[in-house]
Design a protein around this ligand. Sequence first.
Ligand SMILES: NC(=O)c1ccc[n+]([C@@H]2O[C@H](COP(=O)([O-])OP(=O)(O)OC[C@H]3O[C@@H](n4cnc5c(N)ncnc54)[C@H](O)[C@@H]3O)[C@@H](O)[C@H]2O)c1
Length: 280
Amino acid sequence: MELAHNAELIPTAVEEILRWASPVTHIGDTTAMRLKDKVAIVTGAASGIGRSVAQVFAREGCHLTLVDINEAGLNETLAGLSGVEAVAVPADVSRSEDVQRAIGQTMDKYGRLTTMANCHGISLMEDTRIVDVLEEVFDRTIAVNLRGIFLMCKYGVPALKRSGGGAIVNLASAAALSGGGGTSYTASKGGVTALTRAIAFQNAAEGIRCNSICPGPVDTPMLQISMKKLGLTTMTSRPGTIPRIAQPEEVAVLITFLVSDEAAFITGAIYTIDGGATQH
Ligand SMILES: NC(=O)c1ccc[n+]([C@@H]2O[C@H](COP(=O)([O-])OP(=O)(O)OC[C@H]3O[C@@H](n4cnc5c(N)ncnc54)[C@H](O)[C@@H]3O)[C@@H](O)[C@H]2O)c1
C-alpha cells in the first residue's frame, strides 16, 4: 500500500480513509468460544486494536484484565463488555511498578494468567527523520513501544509459567519491515519483532508461545496521527494488494487465532496483516 503526499488535506483525507475502509461484519464464528476459561491481559485496551481485542476475546469466553494509560477510555471499553469477568487497571506500561501491579492484580483476581495481547503503542508527531528527531522523542517511543513489551513479558512470563503455559502476541508494525514509520517508531517495532523471537526461543519447551504481528494501516486514532506526522492525506493501493485499510477487528481476529489452542505449534513467527503490501 502506498501513501501519497499532500500537506494540506488531513481532515478530508481521514474522512476519505474511513469511507474507504470497508466495514467488517462477519468475522469469526461467534459460537466457537475459542478462548473459553482463559485469562488475558490486554494492553492498549482503551482504544483501537486493543479495544477490539478485548471485545473479541470476551466474545470468545476469555476473562480479562484491561490495561492502558488512558483511564477514561479503559472504562469505556470495560462498560462495553459482557459475559466474562473483566477488570480495568490504569497503568503506564513503560513503568516497571505499574506493569508488576497489573500482573499482580490479575493473579490475585483470577489465580492464573494464560494469555497476553500487548497492543499499546505511541507514534509521536515529533518522531521525524534521523537527523532531526529529538533524543527525548526517541527515548519515550522506545520506552513505551519496546520497554513496555519487555516489561510485560519479563513479569508476565513467570505468571504464565505458574499457570501451566500460555501465549503472547506483541504488536509490531509493517514499519519494522519497510522503514516508513518514522525513526523511533520503526526502530521500536523492529525491536519488538526481535524481542518476541528471543522470548519464543527461550520458552518454547515450557509451553509458552510468543508471536508478533505487523499490521499495515489500520483504521484507529493512531493512523490519523501517523498520517499527519508524515504529511499524508490519501492512500492508494499498489497492484496486487487489497485496496483498502484494515479494520481493528480484522487484526483482533488474527491475535485471537494466535493465542488460541488452534495455533499450538506457532511460535516465534512474525505475521503480516497488510493486504499484501509488504509482499510485493
Ligand atoms: N493503526 C495502525 O495503522 C497500526 C499499524 C501498525 C501497528 N500498529 C500498532 O498497533 C498497536 C495498537 O495501535 P492502535 O492503532 O490501536 O492505536 P491507538 O492509539 O488507538 O491505541 C494505542 C493505545 O495504547 C495506549 N498507550 C499509549 N501509551 C501507553 C502507555 N505508556 N501505557 C499504557 N498504554 C499506553 C493508548 O492510550 C491507546 O489506548 C500499537 O502498538 C501500534 O503501534 C497500529
